[in-house]
Design a protein around this ligand. Structure first.
Ligand code: ADP
Ligand code: MG
Length: 250
């Protein structure tokens, strides 16, 4: 497999708690990989480690052929990898549109913005256009002028995806994008992710919902107590010994 993302020998401990041990993972361009595992198995920590939010104790991460394990999170975003969070936190006063616009500033650096250069005005126009487009794609146009804090949990997840997409990533990692989301919105999220993938986006999705996984994922990777115990098609999960062990705790 020609790896787009390759994690080699990744390890992470918090205090005496070994949360990830010798994680090896390869993801090809165009895949939609479901990252599964019981609560506390290390899924969020693995996303944090890949995207530069948590430093690894050991191991390497290559994205599109280049090592990224020493880069800060905002630099990793510029290489074309973005992520969303399990619990999106929203500023109380900013509107939905402003939050999306602010994501562009965060991605492209604040200096141009502060200096008010012609380049900055151009960038702001571009960001506004892109935010408008993405809010439409993710069904948030009707609420674009509301305070972001007024959104439902599901709408906050959608806005989190918009913010990640402002960086024009080629790979997107999502941490439980449909947990606690109303079924109607969940269908919208599924459709949006499938559209993105059809346009070439590689996706890694932490998810518990089996319907979602069967519908969306091309492959599943299963973590148990910080180790990858299976990599298989969604329809193979139910007869995989190591997967059953992970969930039944035997
Ligand atoms: P998952 O996302 O699979 O539910 P996490 O990666 O969030 O699991 O957590 C895995 C383990 O790491 C848990 O035992 C959790 O308590 C621990 N952990 C995660 N982040 C931290 C942290 N910042 N400090 C200390 N322990 C942490
Ligand atoms: Mg988690």
């Amino acid at each position: 497999m020609n790896a787009f993302l390759e994690v080699r020998g990744a390890a992470k401990a918090f205090g005496g708690n070994q949360v990830l041990s010798d994680v090896n993972l390869q993801i090809a361009q165009g895949e939609i990989v479901g990252l599964l595992g019981p609560n506390g198995s290390g899924k969020s920590t693995l996303l944090n480690l890949i995207t530069g939010f948590t430093p690894a104790d050991a191991g390497s991460v290559h994205f599109d052929g280049a090592p990224i394990e020493r880069l800060a999170a905002h630099r990793i975003v510029r290489t074309g990898m973005a992520r969303t969070f399990q619990l999106p936190s929203m500023p109380t006063k900013m509107s939905v549109m402003e939050v999306a616009m602010a994501a562009a500033t965060a991605h492209h650096g604040v200096w141009d913005t502060l200096l008010g250069t012609p380049g900055a005005r151009q960038a702001e126009g571009d960001a506004r256009e892109r935010a408008t487009h993405l809010l439409h794609e993710l069904l948030l146009t009707p609420v674009r002028d509301l305070p972001a804090s007024a959104l439902s949990g599901g709408q906050k997840k959608l806005l989190g995806i918009v913010c990640a997409l402002m960086a024009r990533p080629r790979m997107l990692l999502l941490d439980e994008p449909t947990a606690g989301v109303h079924p109607n919105l969940r269908r919208d999220i599924v459709a949006a992710l499938q559209r993105l993938n059809a346009q070439g986006m590689t996706l890694v999705i932490v998810e518990h919902d089996m319907h979602f996984i069967r519908e969306v994922c091309t492959r599943c990777v299963v973590l148990d107590r910080g180790e990858i115990v299976a990599s298989c098609r969604p329809d193979e999960l139910a007869r995989n010994e190591r997967v059953l062990q992970a969930y039944l705790g035997t």
